[in-house]
Every structure is written in structure tokens, then in C-alpha cells.
Design a protein around this ligand. Structure first.
Ligand code: PBG
Length: 349
């Protein structure tokens, strides 16, 4: 444009009746809006967390997370995996709820443990389903901390990472495609990578919970998994919500240690962290839309304070828009089945 053209354009735009810049033209119909939508959510970007409870014939709703259930690793689980698969979802993240807990979390690396049973079951019935296992000790220890606690009540870093390596190997042995360490111990990714390689599992990928914050939004999960610490808190290992540069540092360390994928957790109060990590690193980035983020929408919707399906879509869109490739969310099934229903509905009109 010449200078004259530019100044003319500005003049017209300054005029109250400007017809040139009218962003609303692209908002006039559903068709146009979807043509110019910048952010998309597809089933293959979802990972569904599943709670596996030792026992048989179990499908019990978690009171703090309406619509989310604990399943035993048998036909109850098969039915759930079938539903997930039918919605086009490709991956699940497993958490184990053992009958017995002890100070060393020994059921976490029991070859016949509850998660190990679930992995082999899923791999038998749905070999294509990507199975990710959470690697942590808090669901398996009687004190509820994410690692080995010494006589002074401190979580011992390097002893814990040895155990995390053992847990990851037993999960890989049962068929897990990806292991996801969430204990927030220093060097946990390295310890797991070394343990996997020395046991012949160099093909098992690691999804690091690289920046996992010490968050109140894990509250409903701790009820779901009975994993609240019996003393103290997790602030000596999980990150302080004030920090974003530290998230970059933690992510850098995970990548150096051999992580194949990285994560920010929770998602909603940390969208800026997702963006910062996205801009700095090239690895696939997951965001964990955690239990509290799920339950607060459920609670508000139950009270009639907001429209659930719109709120869920907005939340998931914000996480993708912030830069996450993958969303780990308890909303995945509900979101996709609502979308299928509304498509069927509009075709019928
Ligand atoms: C285990 C773990 C937790 C979550 C994922 N892995 C609980 C915690 O750190 O207390 C939370 C997930 C959620 O809230 O949905 N360490």
C-alpha cells in the first residue's frame, strides 16, 4: 500500500460507520466460525485416567468425582476400555488401588499387582490402546507419601528413585507402552531410564510429570485413591505455585535425563506455564486437567450455576490454546459423547 492508501484506510476506519474492519463478519454462522476456529480438540489428543481397584466385579463411583469410577481389572474394566475405544480415544493412564499398603509400597512393583494385572488385561483385549502407567508410591504406601520415608520423617530422594525404577520395570514387563513418573523426586527420569534399559525395555517411553505443582486441586484424587499423606504435606517435593522459571528448569532436567514427553500439572491455574514450556521445548507436551478442576465444574453444574457442556468445552479449548498437545482429563468421555450426540442431533434436523 502507498502512504496515501494507508492514510485513506485509516480515515475510513476512524469513521464511525467504517465498513472495512468488521470482525463480526466471521462470527455470523456456525459454519463460518468453525472455518476460522484456531484451536481444535480431537479424540486422539485425550488421555483418560482410570482408577484400578484390586478385587473383582467392581465398578464404584467416586463420591468426590461424580461420573468417575473405580474398576477392578476384569470384565468391569473391559467394558470401560471398550467405551473409551469406541469414542476414538487412543490412550489411558492407570492408577492402582491395592488392597494392602505398606511402608515400602511393595504392591507397586508386585508383578501380579493391580496395575500390572490391568495392563496385561487391556493389552490382551485392546492391543492398540496406548497404556500409560503412573509411577509413584503414594497410592501404595501406608503413610501416603510419594516415596520412602526415613526415621526423621523425610522422603529420601535417592532410595525412592531406585524404587521408582523397579515400579517402572514391572509395569513395562506387564506391557505398558509409557511410564509416567509423578513422584517429583530429583533424577527420577534418569533412574527409570537406566532401570528400563538394563532390563531390556529400551522401547518403553517416559512421560515426565516435569512440572508438577503442590496443588489443592488434587483433593478429590486423594479421596479417589486414598492417597492423602498421613502427616505433613508434599511441599518438599512438589513445586511451589509461584514459580514458572523453575518449571523450565525441571523440564530441561527431565529432557536431559531421557524423557520422551513432558507435562504440566495441574492445567487451569497453570496455563501460563503450559505456554512457557511450549515455547521453550519441542517435545510432545501433555497437560493434566486434574481432579479438582473436574469436580468444581461438576459441583457448579449440579447447582445449576453454569452450563456444564459449554464450560467443559471452554476449559479443554483453553488448555489446547495454551499449547498442550495432549490433554489428560476425566472429561474426555463425556465431552466426546456429547459432541457425537449433538452431531447426530443436527443431522436429524
Ligand atoms: C500421584 C498422583 C497424584 C495425582 C496424579 N498422580 C496425586 C498427588 O500428587 O497427590 C493427581 C491427579 C489428580 O488430581 O487428578 N502422585
Amino acid at each position: 500500500m502507498t502512504k496515501l492508501e494507508v492514510s485513506k484506510k485509516l480515515e475510513i476506519n476512524r469513521n464511525e460507520n467504517s465498513v472495512i474492519s468488521r470482525p463480526r463478519r466471521l462470527r455470523l454462522s456456525e459454519g463460518i466460525r468453525s472455518l476460522v476456529a484456531e484451536t481444535e480438540i480431537t479424540p486422539k489428543q485425550f488421555v483418560v485416567p482410570i482408577f484400578i481397584k484390586e478385587g473383582s466385579g467392581i465398578k464404584e463411583e467416586i463420591s468426590s468425582m461424580p461420573g468417575v469410577f473405580r474398576f477392578s481389572p476384569d470384565s468391569s474394566l473391559d467394558a470401560e476400555i471398550q467405551e473409551i475405544n469406541d469414542l476414538g480415544i487412543k490412550a489411558v493412564l492407570l492408577f492402582g488401588l491395592p488392597k494392602k499398603k505398606d511402608s515400602l509400597g511393595s504392591n507397586a512393583y508386585n508383578p501380579d499387582g493391580v496395575v500390572q494385572q490391568a495392563v496385561s488385561r487391556i493389552k490382551q483385549t485392546y492391543p492398540e490402546m496406548v497404556v500409560i502407567c503412573d509411577v509413584c508410591m503414594c497410592e501404595y504406601t501406608d503413610h501416603g507419601h510419594c516415596g520412602i520415608v526415613n526415621a526423621q520423617g523425610h522422603v529420601e530422594n535417592d532410595r525412592t528413585t531406585e524404587f521408582l525404577g523397579k515400579i517402572a520395570v514391572s509395569q513395562a514387563q506387564s506391557g505398558a507402552d509409557i511410564v509416567a513418573p509423578s513422584a517429583m523426586m530429583d533424577n527420577q527420569v534418569l533412574a527409570i531410564r537406566q532401570a528400563l534399559v538394563s532390563s531390556g525395555f529400551e522401547r518403553t517411553a517416559i512421560m515426565g510429570y516435569s512440572s508438577k505443582y503442590s496443588s489443592s486441586f488434587y483433593g478429590p484424587f486423594r479421596e479417589a485413591a486414598s492417597s492423602a499423606p498421613s502427616f505433613g504435606d508434599r511441599k518438599s517435593y512438589q513445586m511451589d505455585p509461584s514459580n514458572v522459571r523453575e518449571a523450565i528448569r525441571e523440564t530441561e532436567l527431565d529432557i536431559e535425563q531421557g524423557a520422551d514427553m513432558i507435562m504440566v500439572k495441574p492445567a487451569l491455574s497453570y496455563l501460563d506455564v503450559i505456554r512457557a514450556v511450549r515455547e521453550k521445548f519441542n517435545l510432545p507436551l501433555a497437560a493434566y486437567n486434574v481432579s479438582g478442576e473436574y469436580s468444581m465444574i461438576k459441583a457448579a453444574a449440579r447447582n445449576g450455576w453454569l452450563e456444564e457442556s459449554r464450560a467443559v468445552e471452554e476449559v479443554l479449548t483453553s488448555i489446547r490454546r495454551a499449547g498442550a498437545d495432549i490433554i489428560i482429563t476425566y472429561f474426555a468421555k463425556e465431552f466426546l459423547s456429547n459432541r457425537q450426540d449433538s452431531r447426530v442431533g443436527s443431522r436429524g434436523k
